[in-house]
Write a protein that binds this ligand. Structure first.
Ligand SMILES: N[C@@H](CCC(=O)N[C@@H](CS)C(=O)NCC(=O)O)C(=O)O
Length: 209
């Protein structure tokens, strides 16, 4: 069974829990005391991931770090529908371009949240300003997609691009970043929350249908 090195409040860990639920993939969690214990910097954890970051998974003898890489792995290995990481070369390229945006969202919106929620010392104003630049671009992209009759970052159905970008967008208020000016972004959040098999996390609540 897959083993996830996990911190419940981490959006990067949550995106993996979410995809595994959506795919119906069983997993066990190993709790890592990210805060306040800083266990991700312990010698024992650095032996698992020398980059000192969560998340990490182990699937049998195979170990993989980096949330976006793990989404690619999980979809490629366990998605029988081939829809979460589509095979079409153009769609696949677009999905990967959004996985890179997900990392930008971690560097900005997640940083602001770490500042506000966990007291990290960092330049929160810059993090918030850069988040708004990203949110404006994502909102514009989603608004254009809606006009073309689509509701997702890539194509006509949800992909790992949506799962990768979703958590820290939906948690942005915890970093003092309002989403009032981004109506298409807000509608997209609701669509993700309505996915069959969706689970929430603290700060992101599942809709009871
Ligand atoms: N690109 C990495 C970023 C992961 C990341 O920033 N993880 C956070 C927890 S959510 C972390 O471990 N931060 C500690 C650090 O970077 O020192 C990924 O997507 O997995």
């Amino acid at each position: 069974m897959i083993k996830l090195y996990n911190y419940e409040l981490s959006g990067n860990c949550y995106k993996l829990r979410l995809l595994m639920h959506l795919l119906g993939v069983a997993y066990t969690s190993v709790a890592v005391d990210f805060h306040p214990g800083r266990e991700h910097r312990s010698e024992a954890f650095l032996a698992i991931n020398p980059f000192g970051q969560l998340p990490v998974i182990e699937d049998g003898d195979y170990r993989l770090r980096d949330a976006q890489a793990i989404l690619v792995y999980l979809a490629s290995r366990y998605d029988e529908t081939l829809s979460w990481f589509p095979m079409d070369p153009e769609a696949r390229g677009q999905v990967v371009s959004w996985l890179a945006v997900a990392d930008d969202i971690t560097r900005t919106a997640s940083a602001a949240r770490l500042h506000d929620a966990l007291g990290y010392q960092l330049d929160v104003e810059t993090a918030r300003r850069d988040t708004h630049v990203l949110f404006r671009r994502i909102d514009d992209h989603l608004a254009e997609a809606e006009i073309a009759g689509r509701g997702w970052l890539v194509g006509n159905s949800a992909t790992i691009a949506d799962i990768a970008c979703f958590p820290y967008v939906a948690l942005s208020h915890e970093g003092g970043i309002a989403r009032d000016s981004y109506p298409a972004l807000r509608r997209w959040i609701e669509r993700v929350r309505r996915l069959d098999g969706f689970i929430g996390m603290p700060g992101i609540f599942a809709i009871s249908l």
